[in-house]
Design a protein around this ligand. Structure first.
Ligand code: GLP
Length: 241
């Protein structure tokens, strides 16, 4: 596990964007695993700047997002479809057919989940998976539990996650209680993994992920089993290491 610590969140974003850009330059048809939440936003901003300056071409890139809420429309202000459109896809030249975000509105979500894993396999797997981390150590929406869930699945969100994510919604009651998420299988099968964490409220989860047991009680700890994982942290997120 490679851990890099920076003074500011903006530098974390720059470093993440540099690694992602290097992946796309090395393999223009790269398959990127993408994340939502506030942590990746500085990285996405930097990737957009690189694209606008002509340094980065997304025309052959394929992307798979980690997760989506169940039961809110794609154009809902808090949906991850909309987040990706506004924070990256709408501002770079990735073909929309190449972008994938789980559909949280399907009639058969188990089937949606199975097809999502198959689509990743069919694309040749993920070259570089970008991750944030929840305060409770979740990755994607893999919440703490008794066992790691390997495949894409429907998840019931924990109170901790609902509380953390209510800031994006009008009220806590509006936060969806379910989501569809890649399992840890597709994440650890990615050839490289990049986890971004900034801020004091991530420090405990980062300590658990880096120094605790590998346990489904702290899903990010599974990353310790991965041969090519990099954690990009600011000083606050790294403060308990
Ligand atoms: C959500 C997402 C995660 C993300 C986490 C942290 O729960 N499903 O993928 O990592 O939030 O978000 P933030 O970066 O806003 O703290």
């Amino acid at each position: 596990m490679n851990i890099r610590i920076f003074d500011h969140a903006e530098q974390v974003g720059q470093a993440a964007a540099t690694i992602m850009a290097a992946q796309v330059l090395e393999k223009p048809a790269a398959v990127l695993g993408l994340a939502t939440g506030s942590s990746p936003v500085p990285a996405y901003r930097q990737l957009i700047r690189m694209h606008q300056s002509g340094a980065l071409d997304f025309s052959q890139v394929t992307s798979f997002n980690l997760d989506e809420y169940v039961g809110i429309p794609e154009d809902h202000p808090c949906s991850y479809h909309r987040f990706m459109q506004e924070n990256l896809f709408g501002q770079v030249n990735i073909p929309s057919d190449n972008t994938h975000v789980p559909d949280g509105n399907g009639v058969n979500l188990e089937e949606t989940a199975r097809a999502y894993d198959e689509a990743i396999q069919a694309a040749g797997g993920i070259d570089l998976q970008l991750l944030g981390i929840g305060r409770n150590g979740h990755i994607g929406f893999n919440e703490p539990g008794d066992e790691f869930i390997w495949g894409c699945h429907v998840v019931t969100l924990t109170e901790s996650t609902i509380d953390a994510n209510k800031r994006f919604f009008a009220s806590e009651a509006d936060v969806p209680r379910k989501a569809i998420s890649l399992g840890v299988g597709a994440i650890v099968a990615a050839r490289k993994v990049l986890l971004i964490a900034t801020g004091k409220d991530k420090a405990e989860a980062i300590r658990g992920a880096v120094q605790g047991d590998v346990s489904p009680r702290l899903p990010a700890s599974i990353l310790r089993t991965h041969p090519q994982v990099t954690f990009l942290l600011d000083r606050d997120a790294a403060s308990l290491l």
